[in-house]
Design a protein around this ligand. Sequence first.
Ligand code: HEM
Length: 271
Amino acid sequence: MSGTVERFDEKARREVGGWGRTTARRGELLRHPVYTRFLHWSVAIFFVLSLLTGFAIYSPWLYSWLTPLFGGGPMTRFLHPWFGLLFDVAFFFQFLNWFAPMTWTKADSRWMRRLKAYATNEAKVEPEDVGFFNGGQKLYFWLIAASAVLFLISGLLLWFDDTVPRWSVAVSYVVHDIAALVMLAGFVIHIYEGTAAQPGTFRSMIDGTVSRAWAWTHHPAWYREATGRDPREDYERERRRLLERERAVEAWEREQDARELDGGAGPRELP
Ligand code: HEM
């Protein structure tokens, strides 16, 4: 089973990889190949379309705002299950693609126990055992996987509501709405984490690369695996380099001030 999935995934990566290019320059690492980016943005587009059309038919207040975007009420109602289905299809391929790196490990359970320290940015770098994805990212992935299944089952029952028992339709409404609200909360946190909270993350889903400093800061175990280098040593070396540079600039500025006070010999070049 896993061999078939791996072979399929490899073929898809090769074929879709030809649609674009990923170039890691000096000081950068390849994080997400073209196939992963293509799937991620397909999932994101169909998720947002499902969310907008879903909320449009869920709330009378949003109905008047959102349905004109999709050609009116009946059209929005028609499109919603199709967007949902395409979201599920895109996520199914993403699931196969990310299943291996998303497997839960002891390091992820340890990561979850220090969630508060992570959220409050207590440490400058992540613990050494944080790999390609951290526990929070994996939790989000599995939450989406569970929601995708719930959306599919409850969505099909709601779609063909005149052919199934009434009670299953009533339960499906509740399940569908709870899954949508949980996903919305996860989506908001995910956008914040992927952009403002961690500068340098967003580009990994645009050009596929991240800086080495980003990698040793947020995913040290992956950095070690990808480069064969010690993330702490490289972090310390870079920290010392920046400190020395800062000191050199300060010394240079003091020297310029002193020269000006002495009667104005021309500026000396910055070391
Ligand atoms: C539209 C705004 C979105 C932005 C800006 C965004 C950004 C990103 C970025 C930068 C990453 C890479 C993180 C890393 O390499 O560490 C990522 C990963 C991921 N994205 Fe998104 N994404 C968006 C929408 C979505 C949606 C709608 C879904 C699914 C419903 C989704 C699911 C995921 C998952 C499961 C991952 C891997 C785990 C994680 O990093 O949390 N994303 N996203």
